[in-house]
Design a protein around this ligand. Structure first.
Ligand SMILES: Cc1cc2nc3c(=O)[nH]c(=O)nc-3n(C[C@H](O)[C@H](O)[C@H](O)COP(=O)(O)OP(=O)(O)OC[C@H]3O[C@@H](n4cnc5c(N)ncnc54)[C@H](O)[C@@H]3O)c2cc1C
Length: 297
């Protein structure tokens, strides 16, 4: 793969919006701990159909309010399925009003029981709408699937659909998580071959709880390689698995950065320690201008 590292590496951390004050203050502590890796931005997920709209907004406001001191941007996720143009317009205006400049733009999945997809069917339509409404105001991230989105007709169709999102106005992409470096490298090559040229940042899922991860991976089409599944199944509980899991994911990150990935996006699940342990293994103490700062594990 030709390196994608034309710019300083981009690191970012993703959270889900906490429920209740206790979880909100826990997340504040997590954010403070993660600040030491100097992420470019903290993103906050958005429940499809608007189910977390207020909590996502509140969490983003806190991150945005702290940004003057931390230098860490707030990046709300915005999914369009089940939403109207009017409601999306309101959300965009609210974020603009707060000075938020980066969005992670998604289709989302219709919650069970909800049948009306609303005004948008695909993320590309949302990207188009945001550009039509707000011009170049937002930096728009979109999702990419090195192991192919589970509902895609074929790998080629998925690639072309990804291209539509890029042509609609995306600035960069974050991938679904994966544990197979080749899947990512070959995906980036295929993107280049069809003229897609934007940073595609690998999404990194630290492994905390194997049972949960296996269930989630089945649903979202992320593959846990057999050797890894078998090794993870051997551990009686998450605590005993931790050192092995951190080692595996650190090695994945190292190989991705060495191969030219433009950064890493950590799916933190609102926990700081796994991401920090991986970061420390990589020897990435501050955002490096280039890979010379990455220590071989
Ligand atoms: C980094 C990241 C963050 C995420 N955050 C959230 C979140 O906060 N909230 C949430 O609800 N979900 C989130 N998701 C999950 C995401 O919403 C699901 O994976 C969803 O199924 C697809 O969203 P998308 O934006 O990739 O959709 P799309 O890009 O619209 O693609 C969805 C499917 O439709 C196909 N497709 C696209 N365009 C067309 C077309 N014109 N004709 C036919 N088929 C087409 C694609 O090939 C694909 O199979 C996230 C995923 C990632 C990778």
């Amino acid at each position: 793969m030709q390196p994608q590292q034309n710019n300083p590496l981009i690191f970012s951390c993703e959270f889900f919006p906490p429920k209740g004050e206790e979880n909100a203050s826990k997340l504040r502590r997590v954010r403070r701990k993660l600040a030491r890796i100097h992420p470019r931005y903290y993103s906050v997920t958005f429940g499809a159909g608007g189910s977390t709209r207020d909590r996502t907004f509140e969490t983003i406001l806190e991150i945005q309010a702290a940004a003057k001191e931390t230098g860490i941007e707030a990046a709300p996720h915005l999914s369009c399925v089940g939403s109207s143009r009017k409601s999306i317009r309101e959300v965009l205006q609210a974020y603009q009003h707060q000075g938020v400049k980066r969005l992670v733009t998604l289709r989302g999945d219709l919650p069970s029981g909800m049948v009306d997809p609303g005004d948008f069917h695909y993320a590309s339509q949302l990207v188009e709408f945001i550009r039509a409404e707000t011009g170049d105001y937002f930096h728009i991230e979109v999702a990419a699937y090195p192991e192919v989105h589970p509902q895609a007709r074929s790998a080629q169709a998925d690639l072309i659909n990804f291209k539509h999102k890029v042509e609609a106005g995306a600035d960069s992409a974050i991938t679904q998580y994966f544990y197979n470096v080749d899947a990512y490298l070959r995906f980036v090559e295929r993107c280049k071959s069809v003229g897609i040229d934007l940073p595609i940042v690998p999404g990194i899922m630290p492994i905390n709880n194997y049972v949960q991860l296996a269930r989630f991976s089945d649903a979202c089409g992320a593959e846990i390689p057999r050797w890894l599944r078998k090794r993870l199944e051997d551990f009686p509980d998450p605590a005993t698995m931790s050192a092995f899991a951190i080692d595996v994911v650190s090695d994945l990150c190292y190989r991705l950065l060495e191969a030219g990935a433009p950064g890493l996006h950590f799916y933190t699940l609102n926990r700081a320690d796994p991401t920090l342990a991986i970061w420390d293994n990589l020897g990435l103490e501050t955002q490096p201008a280039n890979l010379s700062a990455v220590t071989k594990i």
